[in-house]
Design a protein. Sequence first.
Length: 343
Amino acid sequence: MQIIYSPAHRRHAVATEFDGVKLIPAYEVPERAEAVLQALSDRRLGAIRSPEPFGLGPVARVHDQALIRFLETAFAKFVKKHGADVREAYPSSWPARRLRQVPGEDIDGVMGYFCFDTATPLLDGTWTAAREAVDCALTAAQLVDQGAAHAFALCRPPGHHAASDLYGGYCFFNNAAIAAQWLRDRGRRVAILDVDYHHGNGTQEIFYQRADVLSVSIHADPNWAFPHFLGFADERGEGAGEGFNLNVPLPYGTGWDSYAQALDTALAKVAAFGPEVLVLALGLDTFGHDPISKFRLQTEDYLRMGETIGKLGLPMVVTMEGGYALGQLGEITANALEGLLTP
Ligand SMILES: [Zn+2]
């Protein structure tokens, strides 16, 4: 299995302390990708290679031009308004209900228009890191399109919360959706399975009205978990896409036995769709010791998860999504991938 990794992800590094004082824990940190890279290397799971540059064309197949232009220029505009000592740009207000849904011209308004939470700062290096993450996913898609059985894109920042014209949930561009669309543009029949702890709201929105890409997500019930406003079981797709979106929300404290049943349900839906390629949005924050999550999967469960998904026998583009238990993230990611590779 080829592993696609770019050190450019380190350009997106939020502050973890200020004047020697530890800040509220930052979870989506560069150490995540480094830990995974180290574990995959130690376990000899595959050759590690750099991404190829694909340009913005494939990004624009999934995201609105307005969002792309915003992400490219927003940090510089924010600094221009708020001062050169700014390191992280956050929105401060949003076009909530009963307000006009127009971005205006001021950077604070535009930022609130495109961003949906307070956890996803834009930094000087965010654009570069997010672009490289997309290229990792596209390089993996290209390898699979050319005949590879599996390719793993070690994307950071992650992508599955980014919608066509929204960013948030630590995500800027939807790496998995861009890879899926790229494969569609080459005539491939594609399904996406998202096993991140959180609902893949961005991926769902991007393909919600389409019958040509199946979107399946297993995740914590949004009644009590992020992203709170999407990911319920009754969201089945719309118009032509009716029946081509499946959400499997699970209860607080879910362990492997219940998870395995949900996985069977999800995989039956994927198999019935008859895809030629599976894009697997691999989040590892279902882990019992993940600091921001409430499921109880254990280290060895990821081997079983990988094996179960691998039994589909489909070529697979795997994109890295969430997972924040730094001490074990490398091991559980390696377990999931090793499971996938088990014949
Ligand atoms: Zn997550």
